[in-house]
Design a protein around this ligand. Structure first.
Ligand code: UD1
Ligand code: UDP
Length: 371
């Protein structure tokens, strides 16, 4: 019997850890599981907890408006410290590259617990881009005992960093586990705005943006691009579930507010958001998770970033890196909206990030970890 503490804090952490939590719960003979959330996100975390019906054993509730990285780091570390001291888990598990994840790995190290890194090995090669996520990844790799890369490319990155083969378990990305389960389910919206959007026959551009390195002017340029696309294509509707960060809203409001075909809506729960992805014609995003989901759904995705640690979608031809230059975003989106052949080339369903069984592989590996 292994004592496991799963730690997460933000929306994507929760979506990607939910399949792992649920899989470990299905194996009570092998795992004594506890869940600790830092609450780095509050509302956007709670949306995921309720969607997957996960009730945390510990909730540090650390979020404050406009929190700094140092505040998230120190509050999470101080909050996890007594939990690890009392629970003495064999394993701490966390996913990806958020500050919650790095801190969970550090807290595990301080307490002599083994750390299992879900979604390990993603790299851009630039320690400051994405900031601070690339550094969080590097530091988390150093602290981890067992690494669960989603793809062969991510496994190769770990080997290049000196991680031994025995500590690497190629698992696929757990986001695809979550996505496939939700995408197959029927869904009837309750919110009238969503009912209208999901039944609108017009082509839909789905937009999300939140990355720290896009705050300010780059995000402003993304907003202007969306407006120009909608103005150039009178049949297109843009749907923008905007992040709760006030800096995101400040950057997008001047270009996007008040347009009849630009729907600025609140962050969506996971199930309706996946339905929006399925309904969309084209996705413009700087999100990591959305980049991973779009190819599986056969949706072309334009990535509004200068670098990506997810080259697999680009190699598969379903994602394109477009940065934050307004003219380039408008040109690429216009090409896809106006040319059915170009659109068909990108709108192929491929699954470079996983097959929906990542959590099972992770649980299998934890049942028999390397000695
Ligand atoms: C964080 C992660 C980022 C991840 C993103 C997912 C770090 C350093 N950043 O960035 O890697 O891609 O989450 O969305 O770990 N807010 C709310 N309610 C919420 C969530 C956020 O009001 O439910 C507001 C608060 O004012 C908060 C601010 O957004 O201070 C920023 O949240 P924070 O977690 O610090 O940064 P993100 O940009 O969300
Ligand atoms: N997502 C969601 N509701 C939304 C927007 C996104 O549930 O309104 C989901 C999306 O499907 C993906 C994840 O949130 O699984 C991505 O989170 P985010 O973009 O905040 O962070 P990142 O993946 O960039 O770290």
């Amino acid at each position: 019997m292994q004592k496991v503490l799963c730690v997460f804090g933000t929306r994507p952490d929760a979506i990607k850890m939910a399949p792992v939590v649920l899989e470990l719960l299905r194996r009570p003979a092998h795992f004594d599981l506890k869940v600790a959330v830092t609450g780095q996100h509050r509302q956007m975390l709670d949306q995921v907890l309720s969607a997957f019906e996960i009730v945390p054993d510990f909730d540090l509730n650390i979020m404050t408006q406009g929190q700094t990285l140092a505040q998230v780091t120190t509050r999470s570390l101080n909050g996890l410290d007594p939990i690890l001291a009392a629970e003495k888990p064999d394993w701490v598990l966390a996913q990806g590259d958020t500050t919650t994840t790095f801190v969970a790995a550090l807290a595990a190290f301080y307490h002599g617990a083994k750390f299992g890194h879900v979604e390990a090995g993603l790299r851009t090669g630039n320690p400051r881009d994405p900031f601070p996520e690339e550094m969080n990844r590097l530091l988390t790799t150093r602290l981890a005992t067992l690494h669960f890369p989603p793809t062969p490319e991510a496994a190769a990155n770990l080997k290049a960093d000196g991680v031994g083969d025995a500590a690497i378990v190629l698992s696929g990305n757990t986001v695809i586990d979550a996505l496939l389960e939700v995408a197959a389910k029927p869904y009837v919206p309750i919110d009238p705005i969503l009912t209208e959007i999901l039944s609108d026959p017009r082509p839909m551009l789905l937009v999300t943006t939140h990355r720290r390195e896009n705050w300010g002017e780059p995000m402003g340029r993304i907003g202007v691009a969306v407006r120009q696309i909608v103005d150039a294509f009178p049949e297109v509707v843009a749907v923008v579930p905007w992040h709760l960060n006030p800096l995101v809203r400040a950057a997008l409001t001047p270009s996007l507010a008040g347009h009849p075909r630009i729907k600025l809506i609140e962050p969506q729960e996971y199930v309706p958001f996946v339905k929006l992805e399925q309904k969309s014609t084209l996705i413009l995003t700087d999100s990591g998770g959305v980049q991973e989901e779009a190819p599986s759904l056969g949706k072309p995705v334009l990535v509004a970033r200068e670098t990506t640690e997810r080259p697999e979608g680009i190699a598969a031809g379903t994602a394109k890196l477009v940065g934050t230059d307004t003219a380039l975003i408008v040109a690429e989106a216009s090409h896809l909206l106006a040319d059915p052949e170009a659109y068909a080339v990108m709108a192929r369903a491929v699954s470079p990030y996983g097959d929906g069984h990542a959590a099972q592989r992770i649980a299998d590996a934890l049942e028999k970890p390397p000695t």
